[in-house]
Design a protein around this ligand. Sequence first.
Ligand code: ADP
Ligand code: TRP
Length: 322
Amino acid sequence: MKRSLTGIRASGELHIGNYLGTIREGLKLQEEYECLYFIADMHSLTTNKDPEALKKQSLDIVASWIALGLDTSKHLLYRQSDLPMVTEFAWYLSCVTGMGYLQKAHSYKDAVAKSKEVNHGVFAYPVLMAADILMYEPDVVPVGKDQKQHVEMARNMAGSFNTVYGEDLLKLPAPLINEDVMVIPGLDGQKMSKSYNNVIPLFSTEKHLRKKIMSITTDSTDMEAPKELKGSLIGDLYPHFASPSDVQTLSDKLAAGGYGWGHAKQDLFEAMNEHLKEARERYFELREDENKLNSILFEGKEKAWAIAAPILSAVRKAQGFL
Ligand code: ADP
Ligand code: TRP
């Protein structure tokens, strides 16, 4: 069976962008692939330096994956930091990766451009991500479009490593991107992201969800005036939660005039709420049981270890370590 692998950083509340860009796509692969899902908590350290928040957010992610339908009896869910040899492997990859190449990473360039904290972790981020991937030999890596470059960098690092130490040592993975999903915009129209403070949370109370949706930026067209769904932020989000015929209905109502953005936001809220309601209930229930979440992580770690250990052993041997 082919293998898929993806990770999410524990660095804040999960949002609709994470869900549509990564989680939903990742879960769809369960029939066809052996799936590895992990919490990239070491990656979180570049920005998240609050130990309590890191612990809490890691468990939030575990509960979210399961509430949304991850079957841990067939697939793996683990925490990156539970397999610390990934940092050892990252070092090996560092030694075949040029500084100039890493300077081209969007994540690094973005941090420099926005005068964020640029620690060495930010610079080396793609190397640790390559180690995450290559240590488990996945065929595909489902990610949002913004992570495509990182997966390509992992492929290139595998290529460089193989050139030095032997062809076929590391398997080259492919990014898997659903082009329909693209980048999900946030409340203000920029990419939905924790760092921009513009997110619609994945699991919050109904009331909070509604409040967030009502705060989506729309133009100030008069309620009576005809409006276009396409090109609006509501139009970007609604089709992910409503059927094509419901999308057409909303589009017609707006085009006819007399239907305000407030009404459209209410429609979006209802569709989103309906879509997430059951999973949200499961999420809050699971989140109460931290022992269960920890035991799922323990099981995931054991299975992940069994996959990674022989791969790392071959890598060590190829480099001349006994
Ligand atoms: P954030 O930008 O909020 O910090 P992360 O970088 O932790 O989010 O992203 C986790 C995963 O969710 C990644 O695979 C990323 O591609 C995906 N993702 C995040 N934001 C979006 C978005 N706005 N649209 C589509 N996918 C997204
Ligand atoms: N860099 C990813 C993000 O910011 C998270 C991540 C870390 C990841 N390691 C990975 C994703 C390996 C896929 C595969 O969203």
